[in-house]
Design a protein around this ligand. Structure first.
Ligand code: COA
Length: 329
């Protein structure tokens, strides 16, 4: 133990075909393309329009794309961790359902619910199973069907989110690259500012909760905005200090894609050049646990072996953190 590093050996993304543009939203709520784009950076988001499709289908889409790219034999996969807040059902886990749909007969898995930081939590968890020599092939997937929990009459939230997923394959390596370090944080006192009011044990679903539209994302945007910049900036600074690195040693930053102003707010706070910050929010909006692996997938062609990459996220919980990794291929 100690000599094995967990390395990402493949990545792929998946989004449903349906698209809602800002112009489409103008017909649904009182908003404008100009307001949405200038305040958030978002132009469009992908939405699953088939009522028979759920989060597990996003997972399957991303993993299938990964299989097509890498030739992975699904029977070799030992574990699947799915980060999501939009599981198919309260139970069982979406990881379980997706494993069955994929024919991953030799894998077990579970879901991690850490909202927009879910992929960081899941990747860190998976890396420990690899570093200890317990497993050799783990799929880590961030997937959210946010359209299933959005109130399309609330212009302050429905414009922000979209559906999507990204998957990485994590394997052991004896080389120097791979996951180097992580800082994960949480503060449950932040729950009041970003949560779903009903549908859990605190307030089980009733006709009244449905009528009060309490099964949707509730957010106090301004509070979350400020906490997100602070949380991500501090975790990056702490991670750099903990690894005796300066911001100049980092090749790429991949922040959670919630709002372009938050993303560049973080970059400016730590003095990181904008051209090294990878952003694809324009096409997808905030896909919650899906944003970071979708970004890894979109920009994969730009990475060189040994590149130092910082992943960072902030989300409901509150949850936040940062991961330092070195690209392996
Ligand atoms: N279209 C047009 N106007 C809108 C609007 C919309 N979709 N949503 C809000 N507005 C209005 C507000 O009602 C407000 O009007 P008022 O001044 O008359 O009261 C005005 O625009 C400014 O609203 P405000 O909330 O101050 O805007 P903002 O600059 O804070 O941007 C968010 C709002 C939601 C985009 C921003 O707070 C944000 O991104 N928060 C973090 C969200 C997030 O990323 N969450 C996910 C987890 S990290």
């Amino acid at each position: 133990m100690g000599d094995i590093k967990a390395v990402i050996t493949g990545v792929a993304g998946f989004v449903p075909e349906g698209i809602i543009t800002n112009k489409d939203l103008e017909k649904m709520v009182e908003t404008s393309d100009e307001w949405i784009h200038s305040r958030t950076g978002i132009k469009q988001r992908h939405i699953e329009k088939d009522p028979n499709k759920a989060c597990s289908d996003l997972v399957v889409g991303a993993v299938q794309n990964l299989i097509n790219k890498t030739g992975l034999d699904i029977l070799d996969v030992e574990m699947i961790i799915v980060a999501t807040v939009t599981a198919d059902y309260p139970f069982p886990d979406t990881a379980n359902i997706a494993a069955s749909k994929l024919g991953a007969k030799n894998a077990f898995g579970y879901d991690i619910n850490a909202a927009c930081s879910g992929f960081l939590y899941a990747l860190t968890t998976a890396s420990k199973f690899i570093e200890t020599g317990t497993y050799k092939k783990i799929l880590v997937v961030g997937a959210d069907q946010m359209s299933s929990i959005l109130n399309y009459e609330d212009r302050t939230t429905c414009i922000l989110f979209g559906d999507g997923a990204g998957a990485v394959l994590l394997e052991p390596s004896e080389g120097p690259h791979g996951i180097q370090d992580a800082i994960l944080r949480a503060d449950g006192a932040g729950a009041e500012f970003l949560h779903m009011k009903a549908g859990g044990s605190m307030s089980p679903a009733t006709v009244d909760t449905v009528n009060a539209r309490q099964h949707f994302v509730y957010q106090e945007g301004k509070v979350v905005f400020k906490a997100a910049i602070k949380g991500m900036s501090e975790s990056i600074s702490d991670l750099l200090a903990q690894n005796n690195l300066s911001k100049d040693d980092i090749d790429w930053m991949i922040p959670h894609q919630a709002n372009k102003r938050i993303i560049y707010g973080v970059a400016d706070f730590i003095g990181f050049p904008h051209e090294k910050v990878l952003v694809n929010i324009e096409n997808y909006g905030n896909t919650t646990a899906g944003t970071i692996p979708l970004c890894l997938s979109d920009f994969e062609g730009q990475f060189k072996k040994g590149d130092k990459i910082i992943l960072t996220a902030f989300g409901g919980g509150f949850t936040w953190g940062a991961i330092l990794l070195e690209w392996n291929y």
